[in-house]
Structure formats: structure tokens, C-alpha cells
Design a protein around this ligand. Structure first.
Ligand SMILES: *[C@@H]1O[C@H](CO)[C@@H](O)[C@H](O)[C@H]1NC(C)=O
Ligand SMILES: *[C@@H]1O[C@H](CO)[C@@H](O)[C@H](O)[C@H]1NC(C)=O
Ligand SMILES: *[C@@H]1O[C@H](CO)[C@@H](O)[C@H](O)[C@H]1NC(C)=O
Ligand SMILES: *[C@@H]1O[C@H](CO)[C@@H](O)[C@H](O)[C@H]1NC(C)=O
Ligand SMILES: *[C@@H]1O[C@H](CO)[C@@H](O)[C@H](O)[C@H]1NC(C)=O
Ligand SMILES: *[C@@H]1O[C@H](CO)[C@@H](O)[C@H](O)[C@H]1NC(C)=O
Ligand SMILES: *[C@@H]1O[C@H](CO)[C@@H](O)[C@H](O)[C@H]1NC(C)=O
Ligand SMILES: *[C@@H]1O[C@H](CO)[C@@H](O)[C@H](O)[C@H]1NC(C)=O
Ligand SMILES: *[C@@H]1O[C@H](CO)[C@@H](O)[C@H](O)[C@H]1NC(C)=O
Ligand SMILES: *[C@@H]1O[C@H](CO)[C@@H](O)[C@H](O)[C@H]1NC(C)=O
Length: 403
């Protein structure tokens, strides 16, 4: 778990400082305390808000931060001492500001469809994808669902209820939270508001016939148990499946009534790196391979190819016709808060209707056209890290994996 958190922290650092972006002051929602809506360590939850302007004045983009989950009391206790479990730690580690980039950017060139919207980024400090609501308080407070509700109250207070357009989005655990909260979000608005949801790298597959299924289930069982999610997960799912299975989007998306868009890599680096082998089965070889694809042997690449097949088949069998999706083959996890996340995929996107992720999302959001594209041509993962200069990056991104 520590390694996982570290990896996510590095991912978010790498995203900072590349092309565009602006800093937004982090605010603490003190009002939430009275509602029992607090982080794992008991501190009030935090958000960063960049007001809309011009033609975007009636448009609201609410973004849910991700960052894994804590599947046990011990790991939640650990998390309560870092920014993902404590606003106090968040403020001290970020100097009180959050960098807005990618699809949160206010630059019209870099984010043409959403740059002038109100952008409200909700920090993640509950470890349960904003789903926990446990009454008992010992040393830790499990109150993610209350945090979500308190933030919605705040958004309505500052004017979101009159939105013409509204978008709920999130990455990773925030992408899963988006799926779980999507219809509830839509219910906040008049029926004249265009409301849609965008889940980025939030489709964590169960893949019951693919290696590691037991481990993936054990992990989500831990999350459900530690956070008491049996009673907060959607009843449309829990009436059919065990609560553990109701954290897997393949058992959730059919029931969502609000239009939903998925941005995914068929070689999701988090799922391949973390969820295929249990911690005790992970070999140093596998770590080498998942950190740098040139160290993979063909057995390992075969595992990745099989993951891709499982992922694509699961998605195809569960996604509804009204949904949109952009499924590429760059080996990565998370796109929205990283301008090159979309750049990379736009190269792959030559097979994906020649659109960048943000163009695809914009076209779908504004009903200019639907978008349902999967890269079916490339069945090998590509390295799409963002640490290189532009030319190296583009070359690597357009190359196939070569052993
Ligand atoms: C945002 O803040 C970081 C550090 O807090 C700083 O390094 C960076 O230059 C700032 N970026 C902009 C665009 O102001
Ligand atoms: C935070 O501010 C301190 C002092 O102002 C500075 O040394 C440090 O580099 C800053 N950290 C970040 C992440 O911007
Ligand atoms: C927006 O981004 C473009 C491309 O990076 C840059 O040339 C332009 O100066 C930026 N505009 C503003 C207002 O920062
Ligand atoms: C983007 O936000 C930053 C920080 O609030 C501000 O300085 C800048 O002028 C904004 N850019 C545009 C194009 O509104
Ligand atoms: C709560 O914290 C106290 C003091 O840190 C510790 O002694 C106690 O064992 C903790 N209780 C639980 C249930 O973790
Ligand atoms: C929207 O709601 C109003 C009043 O609640 C109702 O009269 C109208 O038919 C609804 N429109 C649609 C498209 O559902
Ligand atoms: C992992 O890669 C390093 C080189 O980066 C190599 O020295 C090491 O032996 C590799 N470990 C395994 C288990 O393959
Ligand atoms: C991608 O390439 C960079 C170097 O260009 C390397 O540091 C990184 O480990 C590679 N990532 C993967 C997943 O192969
Ligand atoms: C390839 O990797 C697998 C799994 O990590 C390992 O069991 C196997 O020995 C490796 N094969 C070769 C030829 O190195
Ligand atoms: C892809 O789009 C770009 C710009 O939108 C255009 O210049 C290019 O010709 C397009 N390529 C193909 C193969 O359609």
C-alpha cells in the first residue's frame, strides 16, 4: 500500500509543471464538521475552486481526486497521516495551493471546451471513493459519503443549482467515485440542465476468469469491510451481487441513467502493476517489467495482452449504448490532470477517430457527436511517460513495444 501511494504521489508530481496550468488556493470546508463530514484524521475536507467566467459562467465542472483506497484499519491509520487522509497534511505539503492543468486548465488553447467553466476540485481524504458513512468514531472517521454531500451543499450554495451545463468527473479512485455518485449528482439539477459524468481510469475490472481475481476481490472486500460500505453502495447492485462486487464498475454501469464517458487505457498501468499479482506473489522481475516495459519478457507481455482482452471484453459486455468511451493502448493510468496524458492518446488516437481525449469528451459532452472508440489495432502496450522532452516523448509514444 505504501508503494502504491508513493507511486500515485510521483504520478501527480510528474504532472505538475508541464505546459500551461495555474495555481488555485486550497480551501477548507469548516461547515462540514457540523455534518460529521471529515477526513480520516478528523480534519475538515478541502477543495480548490476556480470560478467560471465569460460564456462559462453557467457551467460547472466538479472533479473528484483519486489516490487508491485503504483496505484495513491499519492502512487507514497510515493514510490518516498523509494528505490523502488529512487536510492538515494536505495544506502543509502543497503550500496551500493546487495546480490545475489538463482538463482543469483555464487556457482556451489547451482546454477549448471547458476552460471557462467553474472548476471545483474536491480533495480525497476518506480512502473509500467518497462512499463511507460510519457513525462510530474511534481513532479514525470513515465519512467519505458525508464529505461528498457536504461538498454538494457548498456547490449549491455558491450557485451550481442554476447550471446550464454540469459535469462530474474524477480520476482513478475518483473515477470510481464518479461512477458511484453519477445519478445522485444528476438529481441535484433541474431537468433542463445538461448533466453528464466522466470517469477517467476508474474502470477497475473484476475479471473473474483472469489471473489475480481472488486478490482483486480480497482487496475490495477489505475496502468494503474497513469502511462499512455494505449499506452505502447502490442498492441496484447490492440487490444482485455481494457488496464487494459492487465496487467493480462492470456491475454498476448498466444501472446508471446519466450519460457516462470512460477514458481508459486497455493497458491500465495501475491495474496491471498492482492488481494482477497479490503482494506476496509479486516478483522483483514483475516490478522491473511494470516500471519499465523494456525489461519485460514475452511471458510478461502475454499477461498484459491477456489483461487487455479481459478489459476490453468486460467493457464491451457491460457498457450501454448511450455511453461514450475512449480506450487507447498507452501504458498509463490517469489522463485528465495531465496535458500530455491527452497528447499521448491523441497519437494513438489516429486510430481513434483522430481526436484527442479532450476533443472526444467535448464532442460527446456538447452532443456534437457520440464517441465510442477503442484502439483495436495495437495489442502491445506503449510507453507514454511524461518525463521526456516532447520529441522523445512523441517518438516513444508512437513506437510499439520492442523487447
Ligand atoms: C504554481 O506553484 C508552484 C509551487 O507552489 C510553482 O512552482 C509554480 O511555478 C506555480 N505555477 C504557476 C503557473 O504559477
Ligand atoms: C513551499 O514553500 C516553501 C517556502 O516558501 C518552499 O521552500 C517550498 O519549496 C514550497 N514547496 C512547494 C511544493 O512549492
Ligand atoms: C495558453 O497556452 C498556449 C499554448 O501553451 C500559450 O501559447 C498561451 O500563451 C496560453 N495563454 C495564456 C493566457 O496563458
Ligand atoms: C487562469 O487562472 C490564473 C490564476 O487564477 C489567472 O492568473 C489567469 O489569468 C487565468 N487565465 C485565464 C485565461 O483566465
Ligand atoms: C487509538 O489511538 C490511541 C492513541 O494513539 C491508541 O492507544 C489506541 O490503541 C488506538 N485505538 C485503536 C482502536 O486503534
Ligand atoms: C421538466 O420538468 C417540468 C416540471 O417539473 C415538466 O413539466 C417537464 O415536462 C420536464 N421536461 C422534461 C424534458 O422532462
Ligand atoms: C531489475 O532491473 C535492474 C536494472 O535496472 C537489474 O539490475 C536487476 O537485476 C533487475 N532485477 C530483476 C529481478 O530482474
Ligand atoms: C518509459 O521510458 C522512460 C525513459 O524514457 C523510463 O524511465 C520509464 O521507466 C519507461 N516506463 C515504462 C512503463 O516503460
Ligand atoms: C519471464 O518472466 C516470468 C514472470 O515474471 C518468469 O517466471 C520467467 O522465468 C521469465 N522468463 C525468462 C525466460 O526470463
Ligand atoms: C487528424 O486531425 C488533424 C487536425 O485535427 C488533421 O490535420 C489531420 O489531417 C487528421 N489526420 C487524419 C488522418 O485524418
Amino acid at each position: 500500500m505504501a508503494a502504491l501511494l508513493l507511486a500515485l504521489a510521483i504520478l501527480s508530481l510528474v504532472a505538475v509543471g508541464i505546459g500551461g496550468g495555474h495555481n488555485v488556493t486550497i480551501s477548507i470546508l469548516d461547515l462540514a464538521v457540523a455534518k460529521g463530514a471529515v477526513c480520516l484524521d478528523g480534519t475538515p475536507p478541502a477543495y480548490a475552486y476556480s470560478p467560471g467566467f465569460g460564456d462559462g459562467i453557467d457551467n460547472w465542472h466538479v472533479y473528484l481526486q483519486g489516490g487508491g483506497w485503504c483496505p484495513s484499519t491499519g492502512s487507514c491509520l497510515g493514510r490518516s497521516t498523509i494528505p490523502l487522509g488529512s487536510s492538515a497534511k494536505l495544506i502543509s505539503s502543497n503550500n496551500g495551493t493546487q495546480f490545475f492543468t489538463g482538463m482543469l486548465d483555464n487556457n482556451s488553447t489547451l482546454n477549448p471546451d471547458f476552460y471557462d467553466w467553474h472548476v471545483f476540485r474536491i480533495f480525497y481524504c476518506d480512502g473509500s471513493s467518497f462512499m463511507s458513512d460510519v457513525e462510530d468514531v474511534h481513532n479514525l472517521t470513515y465519512r467519505g459519503a458525508r464529505i461528498y454531500d457536504a461538498m454538494m451543499d457548498e456547490l449549491l450554495r455558491i450557485g451550481m443549482g442554476n447550471a446550464k451545463n454540469a459535469l462530474l468527473s474524477g480520476t482513478s479512485a475518483g473515477g470510481l467515485a464518479t461512477i458511484l455518485h453519477c445519478d445522485k449528482f444528476q438529481a441535484l439539477f433541474h431537468n433542463t440542465t445538461r448533466v453528464k459524468c466522466l470517469s477517467d481510469s476508474g474502470f477497475f475490472v473484476h475479471g473473474e476468469h483472469f489471473m489475480g481475481a481472488d486478490w482483486r476481490e480480497t482487496f475490495f472486500f477489505g475496502v468494503v469491510s474497513a469502511h462499512g460500505l455494505m449499506n452505502t453502495l447502490p442498492t441496484s447492485c447490492t440487490s444482485k451481487f455481494s457488496p464487494t462486487l459492487c465496487l467493480f464498475p462492470e456491475n454498476l454501469v448498466q444501472d446508471i441513467k446519466t450519460p457516462l464517458f470512460l477514458i481508459e487505457s486497455a493497458f491500465d498501468s495501475y491495474q496491471i502493476g498492482q492488481n494482477v499479482f497479490s503482494p506476496s506473489d509479486k516478483s522483483p522481475r514483475w516490478a522491473n517489467c511494470t516500471h519499465n516495459l523494456i525489461f519485460c519478457n514475452w511471458t510478461e507481455i502475454k499477461i498484459m495482452k491477456d489483461f487487455r482482452n479481459t478489459f476490453i471484453n468486460t467493457l464491451k459486455s457491460t457498457i450501454t449504448d448511450s455511453s461514450g468511451y475512449f480506450i487507447h493502448s498507452c501504458y498509463r493510468h490517469g489522463h485528465m490532470e495531465d496535458i500530455q496524458g491527452s497528447t499521448c492518446s491523441s497519437l494513438v488516437g489516429n486510430n481513434l477517430a483522430n481526436k484527442t481525449i479532450s476533443q472526444a469528451v467535448g464532442d460527446w459532452y456538447f452532443d456534437r457527436s457520440g464517441f465510442q472508440e477503442m484502439d483495436m489495432l495495437n495489442d502491445l502496450p506503449r510507453n507514454c511517460t511524461t518525463t521526456d522532452d516532447e520529441a522523445t516523448f512523441e517518438k516513444k509514444c508512437s513506437d510499439y513495444y520492442m523487447p
